[in-house]
Design a binder for this molecule. Structure first.
Ligand code: EPU
Length: 354
């Protein structure tokens, strides 16, 4: 096991923010983690688990020991009458995994194509896009408890999935893996997906319907949907390889029907979606956009021109250091304040800020 010191983290976060890890260990297997825990010095250090770095804002150097998860592997584990059970190592790139499932004949993840990050990070925030969330295709996962070294398995209910939320985002308050939250405590090793054998397209999202109409194809297959999703995302969302970003910076807020009626009375154009429980989800991108933020910047941190919900690093590329985490958070706070002052809604950031 190799402990690397003063490791630049810029290549390991999709915002391309400059920061260093005081110490970093690459984890390629469960054994690598056991080796870390068997080393008294390393075992005693606080730890930070890094996946694809696609949902993180670094506001300074990282003092905890960084565990960079690179566990590989993709395979069909077994199948039953209704599902293919497919397993992937936490270090696999999410989009490559989605492409692989399609190529192998296990369609069902295509609406979540091109989400940046790793398989291991996907349950943490219950990634989702265009009408499908990870929890809709999730079977179970194996994780290692950093306090005890034990490996345990969680099913969907135990992961407590919510909108961009899970047990892995909440601080630990109990003992063992019965703990209420598993933040900074569990390292996800492998994730298993239950892919229905009877494939049904998930359409219905406005952008997807538009693509379907334009193509004249009313009966698309999974590959067609995959291609449309990739095209929609390329047109709307910045490619982190070119412009640093962490996807949507805020969650879409949910309000009561009464609150929404109040907002509509003042702003009839507010983009909103009625949820099954009677509450209403508002498009945070629209709220930010209508406060005039699209295209604005603080230092080198900016609001993306084509999607106001995405904050970007305008300095990535050949021109130097780029935005700092401080600039990103100053911009985020200014956006929060103006949306709050105008609509009375406090937007909740999506990425982890450290
Ligand atoms: N809108 C504006 N101005 C903007 C941005 C959006 O008016 O600058 C309006 C659009 O016109 C649209 C509505 O807001 O009617 C919703 O926008 P969009 O379809 O782009 O989706 P979103 O709600 O902003 C969410 C997810 C995305 C996911 C898409 C598609 C969250 C926080 N974000 O975005 O996920 O790809 O839906 O399912 O739920 C991510 O989490 O990183 C992410 C990219």
């Amino acid at each position: 096991m190799l402990v690397e010191n003063n490791v630049p983290l810029q290549p390991f976060n999709t915002f391309h923010i400059v920061a260093k890890a005081h110490a970093l260990v690459r984890i390629s297997s469960e054994q690598d983690l056991q080796d870390v825990l068997a080393d008294p010095t390393l075992a005693a250090l606080p730890k930070f688990v890094l996946g694809g770095g696609s949902n993180i804002v670094f506001t300074g150097d990282v003092k905890p020991l960084v565990l960079k998860i690179e566990i590989p592997g993709k395979r069909l584990l077994h199948e039953n009458s209704r599902h293919f059970i497919v397993e992937a190592g936490a270090g696999e790139n999410w989009h490559d995994f989605v492409s692989w499932t399609l190529a192998q004949g296990y369609p069902g993840l295509e609406n979540m194509a091109m989400i940046p990050g790793t398989v291991g990070a996907s349950p943490v925030q219950n990634v989702g896009a265009y009408g499908v969330e990870l929890q809709d295709r999730f079977e179970s996962l194996d994780a290692l408890d950093l306090q005890t070294g034990q490996v345990f398995t969680l099913n969907a209910a135990q992961c407590a999935f919510g909108y961009r939320d899970s047990v892995f985002k909440h601080a630990s308050t109990g003992a063992g893996h019965q703990a209420v939250g598993l933040k900074d405590r569990a390292v996800i090793l492998r994730v298993r997906f239950a892919i229905p054998k009877v494939w049904k397209p998930v359409l219905g999202y406005a952008d997807l319907e538009k693509k379907m109409l334009a193509s004249g194809e009313s009966n698309p297959n999974a590959q067609q949907i995959f291609d449309w999703i990739c095209a929609i995302r390329r047109a709307k969302l910045p490619d982190p390889a070119v412009i640093g970003n962490a996807g949507s910076f805020f969650k879409n807020p949910t309000v009561s029907a009464e609150q929404c009626a109040d907002i509509i009375a003042r702003d009839p154009k507010v983009v909103h979606y009625l949820l099954a429980d009677g509450s209403v989800k508002l498009a945070a991108g629209w709220l930010i956009d209508s406060c005039g933020w699209r295209g604005k910047s603080v230092g080198q941190a900016g609001v993306y021109e084509k999607q106001a919900l995405v904050l970007v690093n305008r300095g990535t590329g050949s021109d130097g250091q780029g935005a700092t985490g401080g600039e990103v958070m100053t911009l985020a706070k200014a956006i929060q304040t103006s949306v709050y002052e105008r609509f009375g809604i406090l937007l909740e950031p999506e990425p982890v800020v450290i």
